[in-house]
Design a protein around this ligand. Sequence first.
Ligand code: FMN
Length: 196
Amino acid sequence: MNGTRAKVVAFNGSARKGGNTSILLRYALKELENEGIDTELIELSGVKIHGCLSCRKCSENKNRRCSQTGDMGNAYIEKMEQADGVLLGSPTYVADISPEIKALMDRACLVSKANGGIFRRKVGAAVVAVRRAGAIHAFDALNHFFLISEMIVPGSSYWNIGIGREIGDVEKDEEGIQTMKTLGRNMAWLLKKIRS
Ligand SMILES: Cc1cc2nc3c(=O)[nH]c(=O)nc-3n(C[C@H](O)[C@H](O)[C@H](O)COP(=O)(O)O)c2cc1C
């Protein structure tokens, strides 16, 4: 843990900045802020982030960073390393996660493994927006990153999904919004326990 206040960084993997995934993440972040936790939301929309090259140079270099330096990958890995908690948000795309969040996840995962587990015991949680179906698969895909990274995952009162198609539709999903609020409060509780 670093500094006097805990920090949570959230990544929105949607191609639509400020869309449903972003709205859902903000509900969780608001609860964290209410508990005195610093937050930052990073939108991956329009950001250059390449997938993992499987070059394995992270295992040779062991410098806690990816060998690809021409995009935002390392800046985001650093953000995750500096935070106490990480929220990964994705819309459901063809019953899966977005390519942007997958690119970040894959690179962060290999860099972490190559350096002895740089995210170990940080708190991690997934958030998914969906129109109709495929959200659970996307939710599982995000959770795989936390679990293989030895991170600790808080739950909520339902799986962390919100239903909507057009931007703002998720506001009408009362249960989805409540799930995000409960997730934010549970994440705050867990962060405080870990820091105490
Ligand atoms: C390429 C693409 C694929 C999609 N695939 C699915 C899908 O498999 N299941 C589904 O329910 N919605 C699907 N959707 C709809 C989005 O998940 C939904 O509109 C969501 O609210 C978008 O979140 P956003 O506003 O954060 O981008 C898809 C949308 C796009 C653009």
